[in-house]
Design a protein around this ligand. Structure first.
Ligand code: DTR
Ligand code: ZN
Ligand code: ZN
Length: 459
């Protein structure tokens, strides 16, 4: 007799438990991510998603304070060939060694001076499927380079330390890189990519670059070089309710370029440099229109004071979300992946696995609908696919963007069949179509467990 059947037999002999008072919690969700070549980074079906942790912005700022101190103690900068750069590399390496990473200072020379990339591998994971994250550690000679690019260096450092704190055991292999001599033309990262055999390059499924993520007058720009990685970050910020724009200013101007030129999928985030924030951008992001995103770009005033904490916080959390999603099949804030991919289609789906706590709190999964006009139809189709070993435990609601709840399914003491694979029809004609719709699911009786496999809205 299969294990679920044994459980059913036991449950039939058992008085059903009262429903558990529920406190809805926002779900964690897995986003299936397809890389070029079809490799997928989704979690094993049915395994509850791992939630990416919050990356404490205070810790990121503490790293920036260290980099500031290093610059102050070494002629005011952390530039190629200067003592401040090597001290920065030693600081980063020391933190990583203490956290259990396998680190290497990869030496090279440029303009007669030796410099080093810091390469750190997190032990474990399938090295044939490597996810790499990087930032440049050097500054210009004019200043300490706290936003450019201490912010990216500190953001990925604290995320690496979060991987260690979590004892993460991702399916894919994780590698981090802190690049030297970017300011002279991506010299360090070029050295690294050129040092790889073509076989080793092909093992890097994605390279994510973070060069300026804490600009004082911030924008939220997503690299659009690779559609899937672009969508990953756009979904993340959509889940935060933060608008993003494609990053176009930096094409060819940072360390993702050598990886892209080697045929590796690249992505990343950027908070802006010397371009001027428009009125429209200020309207959606706040800050000051008519002013550069970073007035201290490549200047001596690019110090610890030259950071917007909110941007640094959000972007650091996005780094963690990307790593957990790509390498560990986990994620963070539910991120809808509307289908078709362009807004305005009539089918929107979230295929993210979502664990449903047994006899526990309700969980929600989100789909953000955009590009439609008017209200939802009187026959809105809600397709639900839940894997569960006793569907009578489940209560399912559709929540409209304004919070109105439509009950799709009640619990039932005698519906012991497996799974919910049903399309419900809802008269949602009183509700605007655009906005974030949610599916709320609660398991109200003990024993038997399951997860939301996917759900979709058809307008
Ligand atoms: N961070 C700058 C290079 C740069 C300018 N704009 C962008 C946009 C996206 C990435 C990088 C850049 C520097 O290192 O000088
Ligand atoms: Zn720079
Ligand atoms: Zn930079």
């Amino acid at each position: 007799m299969s294990e679920p059947a044994v459980r059913r037999a036991i449950r039939r002999s058992r008085v059903r438990r009262a429903a558990v008072a529920a406190v809805a919690v926002t779900a964690v969700a897995v986003t299936t991510f397809l890389l070029p070549g079809g490799a997928s980074a989704s979690s094993t079906a049915g395994r509850p998603a791992l939630a990416a942790p919050d990356v404490p912005v205070a810790n990121v700022k503490a790293h920036l304070a260290q980099l500031q101190s290093i610059a102050t103690a070494n002629g005011g900068n952390r530039a190629h060939g200067r003592a401040g750069y090597k001290a920065s590399a030693d600081y980063v390496k020391g933190k990583l060694d203490a956290a259990g990473f396998t680190t290497v200072l990869q030496a090279y020379t440029y303009n007669g001076a030796t410099s080093w990339n810091v390469i750190a591998d997190w032990p474990g994971g399938d090295t044939a499927h490597t996810v790499m994250v990087g930032a440049h550690l050097d500054s210009v000679t004019a200043g300490p380079g706290i936003n450019d690019d201490g912010s990216g260096s500190a953001g990925i450092l604290e995320t690496a330390l979060a991987v260690s704190r979590a004892g993460l055991q991702p399916a894919k292999h994780l590698r981090f890189g802190w690049w030297g001599t970017e300011e002279a033309g991506m010299v360090g990262s070029k050295n690294y990519v050129n040092s790889l055999s073509s076989a080793d390059r092909s093992k890097i499924e994605a390279y994510l670059n973070f060069d300026m993520i804490g600009s004082p007058n911030p924008g939220y720009f997503v690299y659009d070089d690779n559609a899937a990685l672009d969508t990953l970050f756009k979904n993340y910020f959509s889940g935060l309710g933060v608008a993003t724009e494609p990053e176009t200013e930096g094409d060819g101007r940072s360390d993702h370029s050598p990886f892209k030129n080697a045929g590796i999928a690249v992505g990343g985030l950027f908070s802006g440099a010397d371009y001027i924030k428009t009125a429209a951008q200020a309207a959606k992001w706040g800050g000051t229109s008519g002013q550069a995103f970073d007035r201290c770009y490549h200047a001596s005033c690019d110090t610890s004071a030259n950071i917007d904490d909110t941007a640094l916080d959000r972007m650091s959390d996005a780094i963690a979300y990307a790593i957990w999603t790509l390498a560990a099949g986990g994620g963070g804030t539910p991120s809808p992946s509307p289908s078709p991919s362009t807004p305005g289609g009539n089918v929107f789906e979230n295929a993210a696995d979502l664990a449903i706590p047994d006899a526990g709190a309700a969980v929600t999964s989100s789909i953000t609908v955009s590009g439609r006009t008017g209200n939802a139809p009187a026959t809105l189709q809600v397709g639900v696919d839940i894997k569960h070993t006793w569907r009578g435990d489940l209560v399912i609601d559709l929540l409209a963007p304004d919070g109105t709840a439509y009950r799709l399914k009640n619990s039932s003491g005698n519906d012991s069949a497996d799974n919910v694979l049903t399309t419900y029809t809802v008269n949602a004609s009183a509700k605007a179509a655009n906005g974030t719709w949610k599916l709320k699911v609660q398991d109200v009786a003990a024993q038997d467990t399951g997860y939301l496999d996917s759900w979709k809205l058809t307008f």
